[in-house]
Design a protein around this ligand. Sequence first.
Ligand code: NAG
Ligand code: NAG
Length: 381
Amino acid sequence: MADNKRTSKFDFFVLSMFLVSLCLAPVPTSAQDRKLSFGVNGQFKILQVADMHYANGATTRCQNVLPSQLAHCSDLNTTAFMSRVIAAEKPDLIVFTGDNIFGSDVKDAVKSLNAAFAPAISAKIPWVAVLGNHDQQSTLSRQELMKHIVKLPNSLSKVNPPEAAHYIDGFGNNNLRIHGAAESSLHNKSVLNLYFLDSGDYSSVHNIKGYDWIKTSQQFWFDQTSKRLQKEYNEEPNPQQGAAPGLAYFHIPLREFWFFDSKNAAKGVRQEETGSATINSGFFTTLVARGDVKSVFVGHDHLNDFCGELKGLNLCYGGGFGYHAYGKAGWERRARVVVADLNKKGAGSWGDVKSIRTWKRLDDQHLSVIDDQVLWNSSPN
Ligand SMILES: *[C@@H]1O[C@H](CO)[C@@H](O)[C@H](O)[C@H]1NC(C)=O
Ligand SMILES: *[C@@H]1O[C@H](CO)[C@@H](O)[C@H](O)[C@H]1NC(C)=O
């Protein structure tokens, strides 16, 4: 903890700068203020891109591809895959779940980030990125990476949520509201809530080895945010019952991912161990206790791409996307798609969220769709 005098001076400085900026600031027009809503088709579609491991572009070779593919394979294949899957799915939002760049092979983090996110930017699709454990291993710290990411075109990332910035651990924690369909009575309500968390990199706690975890401060922020969103959902005008469903995205899997293998997971495969932290910081319990989040989406373990349900919460891997990431030769790089559909109300209008589905796209000739499954239904029967 910093000493109090210093903190209050600093707070005063921040407050003054904030007030000055209020006077000087033009009407906010940044992508971060963009209102996301369900389409006129009553759908909202999210593309998850896990573990691009982007490095320096054309000179960065692919890992674990067939010997015949090796000569003509680089980071540019990761870019090409993204462009193809964006064209095929036309998502409303793209979520990059960390290890976006593979720091230890990166010469210039700014250049690598720009290149890695380029297909999303040129498609003019809003996107969000969280950090993995490798992003910070070159020229930028985790904070500097997020500061750059938030400035990129159509990025909806935040360095941290403003209301929690003074206490929350990590960088890139954020939530997004997805409003009801245009011209429906729920257009001013968030009917789907997205949470993005920084699962960190490596433990910095003496005597605890291995990967990092989602801290108490982040769980507190999640809990507060989820409760606030439910209150808004239940308020006039158009008060709704219960909580709107939520989805959470981060990089490092929770320890509960260990529960599943290729046999008891609903869809998808386990081909390697779960690289979670060695301790359990309790985020799974926090999520189950709150109850609004219906599914968690992570990356980190490129050879696992399953979804399994435990205590009403789906735990899903994205599956490895990037060609400079370790993978399995002959097992296609892949991306996860999530679609939420609204309930139809009379007279061609839309209501709250009816169901949430997911499938994966493979980087093969036809961008094959596999493992289509329902994650959640509003009326379980
Ligand atoms: C990578 O891209 C090149 C150039 O388009 C293509 O010839 C090659 O088949 C791709 N490799 C893989 C593994 O997709
Ligand atoms: C949503 O808010 C806007 C701006 O306050 C208002 O003009 C509009 O009527 C509201 N729409 C609904 C469906 O409540």
